[in-house]
Design a protein around this ligand. Structure first.
Ligand SMILES: [Zn+2]
Length: 256
């Protein structure tokens, strides 16, 4: 049996965004994403919400409807500098507060300052996070090896040019590709690049071969696909997860 995994609805490319810190500029950014039908993840510091220049707790659930809300540490502390109890509190309390504000189950995270080490990684795994994004850009569109040390494709400033063309022109038959763009919404204001971001989003939108997804939906899909059960001789396959998996089996499109 030949088996080729596809993304949902038999798409071959995926696009996701990841934006940190929860400043008020997220409001303008999410409006752009919504206008172009793109999906994103917003990593928030619960301890800075309701302070000047940051989003309000009461607005985040509605503002990010259709997008993912994820953790970034209560107070944006350097994770690697924290004593163990404080490290646990920095991320677990962030999760508790964001869940209480939104009524959601929150399992995503990004490393404040992009800082992590083996201890931080193990702590986040223990706290139940499904993934944590780094700032170590890959410069390509590979499916991540390890979600708990998730390397994005690039920062948005590096996405506007040649890389976006490379993604759109990747032949669909080659492999699953993922374009993962990260940044901070305040950078568009500070660097006067709102127009560039808007043009980029428009360019990436409305593509039949692209799955527009949040970070966590991507993780859950890939984990479900990696968890498929195959018989030893490869002639049978079963999906025990609640997530439909799209594949081409012996050249035929199948939903497992
Ligand atoms: Zn940050």
């Amino acid at each position: 049996m030949s088996f080729r995994l596809c993304y949902p609805e038999f798409k071959n490319k995926a696009l996701t965004f990841s934006y940190d810190d929860g400043q008020i500029f997220d409001r303008r950014l999410v409006e752009i994403f919504n206008r172009f039908g793109l999906k994103a993840t917003f990593h928030l510091n619960s301890g800075t919400l309701d302070t000047e220049g940051f989003l309000k707790k009461e607005e985040i659930a509605a503002l990010f409807e259709g997008h993912e809300i994820a953790c970034h540490g209560v107070l944006h502390e350097f994770p690697t500098h924290l004593a163990q109890e404080r490290l646990v509190q920095e991320f677990y309390q962030d999760r508790l507060t964001l869940e209480a504000c939104t009524g959601r189950i929150i399992r995503g995270c990004s490393y404040a300052y992009g800082e992590y080490d083996a201890r931080v990684v193990n702590t986040l795994k223990t706290l139940g996070f499904a993934y944590c994004r780094t700032v170590d850009s890959l410069g390509n569109f590979r499916v991540p090896e390890e979600f708990i040390r998730w390397r994005p494709s690039c920062h948005h400033n590096d996405a506007f040019g040649e890389l976006s063309d490379r993604f759109l022109n990747t032949p669909g038959f080659s492999r699953l590709s993922l374009f993962y763009v990260w940044g901070h919404s305040f950078e568009f204001d500070r660097e006067n690049t709102w127009d560039k971001m808007e043009a980029f989003c428009e360019k990436m939108s409305g593509r039949d071969d692209v799955w527009y997804t949040t970070n966590i939906d991507y993780v859950d899909y890939i984990n479900a696909a990696r968890g498929l059960l195959f018989s030893a001789d490869g002639t049978q396959v079963r999906n025990l997860s609640a997530i439909p998996i799209y594949a081409e089996i012996d050249g035929e499109r199948r939903i497992l």
